[in-house]
Design a protein around this ligand. Structure first.
Ligand code: PEP
Ligand code: MN
Length: 365
């Protein structure tokens, strides 16, 4: 689907595009206190969750419609734009009634095409920016599908928010970033703005800056960060929230990167290095092709001798040897294992084709 996105506001998205505010609106005082602390900063949009999708019942589920009046007050008193999460059509109608400037679709909603469609239908005909968080599971197609549903409803002011992915096991993150997925999204939708929600990726305060900088290094357009006047006492996501003062201080030290440069020296040098990379990539592919030629010979030979394609001991040896060899070249064991598993899988696929072909010939006799 060919899509042309429009900037969320005005002619061009301000970079870095900053969204900050509490995880949840708790009281009118709390909301106003945080909003005033952020008022004269670079923050573009104030965030606050009004309806909270909580994993388990009996947690704080948001103040509901009452909080929308507080957001309206934030707009009036600070001039900041405001945004909140919507998960169904009722939320959309209420948010629009109160003049919310930007809506966002949460990770637990993006996973469900019925909900996304319901929201798209409810917004149809209204020109409001919508931000789409990635689904909780690492599924690029679901994320793209949600964006496409909104676009088909006539919404062109769209942004993506990367908030990391659920996983099983231990990690330093609350939701692992799996940067390759937002990178793939950028490749598929090159003019779609993409914002990093460092709070939900980290789930803790001490690595918020590290992740924010990584996002900027990957050419993200902005950040969504949870900021609270009394983080320890927050009614939701207490561990990851920081005070407005800490937030403004951390943002100040981040370095925004550019996609390109107009400096002739830079361009000449980078072109030379890229030429080297292109040459090496070509050699790599040629080598892989040659390797596959040998694999096919082996396949034919095995078939003639009635030997199975998979040779567990041999495969184990290759993997061990390659990991050791790779480490000498400064390549991580994890990368080498991934690379060789992919190569091995492709080799097996080729050999399976050969087995099939030869069988066909045999059965024709
Ligand atoms: C939130 O932004 O407060 C939120 C609930 O996030 P997510 O949908 O990313 O879990
Ligand atoms: Mn939160």
């Amino acid at each position: 689907m060919e899509m042309q996105f429009k900037p969320l506001f005005g002619e061009k998205l301000s970079r870095p595009f900053l969204i900050a505010g509490p995880c949840s609106a708790e009281t009118e005082d709390q909301v106003m206190n945080i909003a005033h602390a952020l008022k004269d900063s670079q923050v573009d949009v104030f965030r606050a969750g009004i309806w909270k999708p909580r994993t388990r019942p009996n947690s704080f589920e948001g103040v509901g419609v009452e909080g929308l009046a507080w957001l309206r007050r934030v707009k009036e008193e600070t001039g900041m734009k405001v945004c909140t999460e919507v998960a169904n059509k009722q939320h959309v109608y209420e948010a629009l009634k109160y003049g919310v400037d930007v809506l966002w679709i949460g990770a637990r909603t993006t996973v469900n095409p019925f909900s996304v469609q319901e929201i798209a239908d409810a917004i149809e005909g209204v020109d409001i920016p919508v931000m789409v968080k990635n689904p909780i599971n690492p599924d690029l197609a679901l994320w793209m599908g949600a964006i496409e549903r909104l676009y088909k409803a006539g919404l062109h002011r769209i942004a993506a928010i990367h908030r990391g992915f659920s996983f099983f096991g231990e990690s330093k993150y609350r939701n692992v970033p799996r940067w390759q997925i937002p990178i793939d999204l950028m490749r598929r939708f090159p003019d779609l703005p993409i914002i990093c929600d460092n709070s939900h990726i980290c789930g803790r305060r001490d690595i918020l800056s590290e992740v924010a900088q990584q996002a900027f290094d990957l050419n993200f357009d902005g950040l969504m960060t949870e900021v609270h006047n009394d983080p320890d006492q927050a009614w939701s996501d207490a561990k990851q929230q920081i005070t407005p003062a800490t937030y403004l201080n951390e943002v100040k030290d981040l370095v925004l990167r550019e996609v390109g440069s107009s400096s002739p020296v830079y361009n000449e040098n980078i072109d030379q290095l890229r030429e080297q990379i292109d040459g090496l990539d070509h050699e790599l592919l040629e080598l892989l092709g040659k390797r596959m030629g040998v694999v096919e010979e082996i396949g034919k030979y095995k078939k003639r001798n009635n030997i199975s394609i998979l040779q567990p001991a041999r495969w184990s040896d290759i993997l061990d040897k390659s990991v050791k060899d790779g480490e000498k070249q400064g390549l991580s064991a994890e990368f080498i294992a991934k690379l060789f598993k992919a190569v091995h899988q492709e080799s097996i696929a080729h050999q399976m084709e050969i087995m099939k072909q030869v069988e066909k010939e045999a059965s024709m006799k």
